[in-house]
Design a protein. Sequence first.
Length: 399
Amino acid sequence: MGDFNRSVILEAIRRAGDGLSRTELAGATGLSAQTITNITRRLLDDQFIEEAGRTIQGPGKPRTTLRLKATSRVSIGVHLDPAMLTFVLLDLTGAVVARTARRMPADDARRIIAAAAAEIEELIADSGIDREAITGIGVATPGPLDPARGTVIDPPKLHSWHRVPLRAALAEATGLRVMLEKDTTAAAVAELWTGDHPPDGSFLLVYLGIGIGTALVMDGDVVRGASHNAGEVGHIIVDPDGPECACGQRGCVEVVCTPQAVVERAERAGVFADDRLGSDAGSVDARFTDLCDKAAAGDHMAISVLEGSAQHFAVLISALTNMLDVDCVVLGGPFWSRLSSLFLAQLPHLLERQSATRAVRDLPVRGAVVGDDVGAVGAGCVVLDEVLSPRAAALFLDS
């Protein structure tokens, strides 16, 4: 119970931003003044928090404001995307202290892990952060994952990654604790940390990477599922007349909504004058950027392709939001910024037409607060989340 109350206090201070006094903490958490005093004393001793001046609020003694000591603990977030490796160093508030990125060196798991470990060491050295302050490394990767073993199982566009023990391998290479998370789930955690969602809010996050995935937040918590692989939507049908999928169905998300599928549709429509590029992650990324640039410049064929893509996404999103009845929809991921202006102009009215609750309320649609680095930031936040955020389930772990 003491550890839980400690997390409740830390979370309240974090959410307040500018800090809270002990009296304000008692009001925000419902804990007794004595409990607040005892726990904040320990947190000050452990340098999780610091005193940030005094304020006068009515009669009585000035109140001392307590805030997080941002650099007393840091985390490292890594996003392993088939096209790019992204690394961020986050302070205790979730703010990015340092960032670096590099192209994926190869499809070979051992080379990628070695490159990631080297990049992490360089990030730590360049930042000047004391290694003892690092709470751990969070790694966001495409699923599916085996969370018990810390393995990555056959992610898209990483063909040699069959049951790669990524968590253990990276921990051994760096000497730091490693947490493994799906990229979609990590993105939802980043949104919870950096967005302005209410503590008991809900949203559907739609993740646009090399693959398309979703994450669900209900009552302020990410829903991970029984195997921590919730959000796999690749075989939901969004176009019954679409291309045949490897699963035997037609028009699945996997063959209609992914960047590769959109690029191939643009190529068939004659959007590009040159020959077709390869299907590797780097080529798809470059071609997709070209398509979005053409649309932004007013190319009617490119606009038509992306508007068609928005309609397919609307079918997917409406199917999920009608079932889940969430407060809002958030879109993010490494491909999102290139689509954001067109999709945000199209999706709200497309979703309204298909909404089961349109007579009751609107369904807000917005982009993620974090930009293209949402996977890496989310991975780092997963580590901080374990350190700072209260979890009622922890009360029962020893029972």
